[in-house]
Write a protein that binds this ligand. Structure first.
Ligand code: CU1
Ligand code: CU1
Ligand code: CU1
Ligand code: CU1
Length: 621
């Protein structure tokens, strides 16, 4: 295969890390993966579906990217890669790099010191739903389950639209004709970019399946009819084996599961993917919500479709990721140094379209990519102001334990993702009754208490995408041990486009000294696209504190003022309250998490009482 050039730099005798190089020429090609309509998709070297990137843990990965699309700027994000010392290789346009304009090249080059199941995707505007996404596997001979399986398979799940993303976005979503912000309904659902994916297996043998939801929007349930399997990895984090029969993968989430092929060769087990219909405002009769694939133990036996009477998502009870336990045993990050408190809501602005907010900000890209602002602002780079008001910047100090409370004042769920890190999910609650259930909802008589660790898992699950429950909340913690600029956003690509994002600037004073040098082609891409690579968010290189001319979110419309007022008031009150919070959520703890299913074989994690923490609200919140 022409696109794959693996150069082994290490000597053959030792098992040293090697460099794996891919040359990616992105161009428009035609494809018809659902058999319903041919459309233009983004191919690599003239081919779509895209190549799966495979490396071994410790390898250097080099992707020489050329934008041959002609009409669209682009970039590549390697989802889940921490990019420690290589923040500039992270991929999100206007955060860590300039968009790569047509005709430009851009090399991604970084060391992969992680393991497990990842993916790569375009991270400029809303380009990955045009097919620019695929699995990235990091093999690890030291994985605790490495000797347990015969072979491994990739199972990507995705929604699929017949129209180009820019048409979907401008005509169906960010439009005056869609004031409610109803998300575009996909035309079909794909497995491995096809209508089905069959894996040839041997009766009685064990297999590792990498499940990845590479969708733009829709979460998926997964089960194998009449079979259990064992979860061993979640978003790149090995977990203690957990037996499950059903999983729920929101956009960008991954699992590795061990599956034993049945001893009987009478039936080929059917692997079923079921779209979460709760996310869809309408379900056209033509939309097939179930997709069947098979573990083929006997090629002479018919492939029978799933029993779709079972495949109604309301009847599916997925394994609750909250109860997974990382195999490395990393305990609860104690005593957060900083608590950040944001609330999701959706509202129409003056353009007439619907926007997504974290507190009172809908992310609006700056004039200069935020990393380049950090690198050019000198001593001012630790002042949040220079990154612009509408990028929603929060500056963190090196190695702070950060607590991120995300409330959801929206009726939809949102799979939030943090670049450069994985986070612990330490608390989470759905809405209940008819009301929005806030983390310190006084009306409900409960209040989240960050000082009380007794209700937190002692070894919380860690992953890089967590589902924020509808009208509920979640509490995440991470350690700011990765100097750089990292975007935190909803991974529903339509919601990222409508502004559901903010950025963390971590240890800005250390970024330059710890980061590998930025290659010339990165700056050349800026020049080719006429994007500045020095200056504050407004492009001001003289006075970094002068943000005049910065890109601003559209204006509030009259009813927006009301909402804005309410929200602003709510945050003032919450900020005041958080320091003196004393009530707890004990009384409602039975509402908070769905216990593991009986077959799950995991236990409720131990609880513990810990010393009082010392929370500090960041200035910008
Ligand atoms: Cu990511
Ligand atoms: Cu991603
Ligand atoms: Cu979202
Ligand atoms: Cu991202």
């Amino acid at each position: 295969m022409r696109w794959l050039l693996i150069s082994v730099m290490a000597t053959a005798v030792t098992v040293a890390a090697k460099t794996v190089t891919y040359d990616f020429n992105a161009t428009w090609v035609k494809a018809n993966p659902d058999g319903l309509q041919e459309r233009e998709v983004i191919g690599i070297n003239g081919v779509w579906p895209l190549p799966i990137i495979e490396v071994d843990k410790g390898d250097r990965l080099v992707v020489n990217f050329y934008n041959g699309l002609g009409d669209t700027s682009s970039s590549i994000h390697f989802h889940g890669m921490f990019q420690n010392t290589t923040n500039h290789m992270d991929g999100p346009s206007m955060v860590t790099q300039c968009p790569v304009p047509p005709g430009s090249s851009f090399t991604y080059n970084f060391t992969v010191d992680q393991n497990g199941t990842y993916w790569y995707h375009c991270h400029t505007d809303y380009c990955y739903p045009d097919g620019y996404r695929q699995a990235l596997l990091v093999h690890d001979k030291d994985a605790y389950f490495t000797d347990e399986y015969e072979d491994e398979f990739v199972f990507t799940m995705s929604d699929w639209y017949h129209d180009l993303s820019k048409a979907v976005l401008s005509k169906e979503f960010m439009s005056v004709y869609n004031p409610t912000g109803a998300e575009p309904i996909p035309d079909s659902f794909l497995v491995n970019d096809a209508v089905s994916a069959n894996f040839s297996v041997t009766a009685g043998k064990k297999y590792l399946i990498h499940l990845i939801n590479i969708s733009a929007f829709v979460a998926q349930y997964f089960y194998i009819e009449n079979m259990n399997f064992t979860i061993v990895e979640v978003d790149g984090v090995y977990v203690e084996p957990a037996v499950a029969d059903t999983l729920y993968l929101a956009v960008a989430q991954r699992y590795s599961i061990l599956v034993t092929a049945p001893n009987s060769t009478d039936v080929n087990p059917v692997m079923v993917m079921v779209a979460d219909a709760d996310l869809l405002d309408t379900i056209p009769s033509s939309l097939q919500l179930n997709v069947s694939s098979w573990l083929v133990v006997n090629e002479d036996v018919d492939l029978l479709q799933a029993d779709i009477t079972v495949a109604v998502c309301d009847d599916l009870v997925p394994y609750d990721d909250f109860y997974l336990v990382p195999a490395d045993g990393v305990g609860l990050y104690e005593n957060p140094d900083v608590t950040i408190n944001v609330t999701v809501y959706m509202i129409d602005l003056m353009t007439g379209a619907n926007y997504a907010f974290l507190n009172n900000i809908t992310y609006t890209a700056p004039v200069v990519p935020s990393l380049y602002t950090a690198l050019s602002a000198g001593v001012y780079n630790s002042t949040a102001t220079v990154y612009g008001e509408y990028t929603h910047p929060v500056v963190l100090e090196h190695n702070q334990v950060v607590e991120l409370i995300v409330n959801n004042d929206d009726t939809g769920t949102h799979p939030f993702h943090l670049h450069g890190h994985n986070f612990q999910i330490i608390d989470r609650a759905p809405g209940y009754g008819a009301d929005f259930y806030d983390y310190n909802d006084l009306a409900a008589g409960v209040q989240y208490d960050p000082d009380d660790h007794s209700s937190f898992p002692s070894v919380p699950v860690r992953r890089d995408v967590a589902v924020l429950p509808a009208q509920g909340y979640m509490v995440l913690r991470f350690v700011a041990d990765n100097p750089g600029v990292w975007i935190f956003h909803c991974h529903i690509d339509w919601h990222l486009a409508s502004g559901l994002a903010m950025i963390f600037i971590e240890a800005p004073e250390l970024i330059a000294s710890r980061m590998e040098p930025i290659p010339d082609d990165h700056y050349a891409a800026c020049a080719a696209g006429s994007v500045s690579y020095t200056g504050n968010a407004a492009g001001n290189t003289e006075d970094y504190l002068d943000l005049k001319g910065q890109p601003e979110q559209p204006g509030w419309i009259p009813q927006g003022f009301t909402k804005r007022g309410e929200v602003a008031m709510a945050f003032s009150v919450l900020s005041a309250i958080i320091g003196i919070a004393s009530l707890t959520v004990y009384g409602l703890s039975d509402l908070k998490h769905k216990p593991p299913t009986e077959i799950a074989g995991s236990q409720i994690v131990d609880t513990e009482d810990k010393a009082v923490s010392n929370d500090v609200m960041p200035e910008s919140e």
